[in-house]
Design a protein around this ligand. Structure first.
Ligand code: ZN
Length: 136
């Protein structure tokens, strides 16, 4: 299933996040000083105020912390229903990615569900989406 979506504008800070999928990696910005994961990437660590940050490959595993099934067909070719979710990363649970849960029955998604990342290429970006761990 492909959900058409507006593509994000990328800049120096966010480029790694949107392109890491090309190498199968979920790249989250990390502070080199205290190893805090920063998302969305800003080039600045809110924990220790360092600007020494770099993209870091995480496991791609996480947990659904919020989910909504969207039934409304906003665009003619939009497949519905689909799941809008926040996924909290295994490495640091305050890193929450706004994403879609795919490769499963939308009604089966629940808060606390374990999911793993997969990437959907869209032009020169790879959009991180998540699917149930058991479907990996
Ligand atoms: Zn830091």
């Amino acid at each position: 299933m492909t959900v058409p979506r507006p593509l994000p504008a990328t800049d120096r800070d966010t480029e790694a996040f949107w392109k890491g999928g090309g190498e199968g990696k979920l790249l989250i910005e990390r502070c080199n000083a205290c190893h805090y994961l920063i998302h969305p990437p800003t080039g600045f660590c809110p924990q220790c105020e360092s600007r020494d940050t770099a993209p870091h490959a995480v496991s791609g595993r996480g947990v659904v912390t919020s989910c909504t099934v969207n039934h409304k067909q906003w665009m003619p070719d939009l497949p519905v229903p689909y799941v809008l979710a926040l996924v909290s990363l295994e490495e640091q649970d305050d890193v929450r990615l706004a994403t879609n849960i795919v490769d499963c029955d939308p009604e089966s998604v629940f808060i606390g569900m374990k999911v793993t990342v997969r990437f959907e290429q869209s032009q020169d970006l790879w959009v991180p989406l998540f699917a149930p761990e058991t479907a990996a």
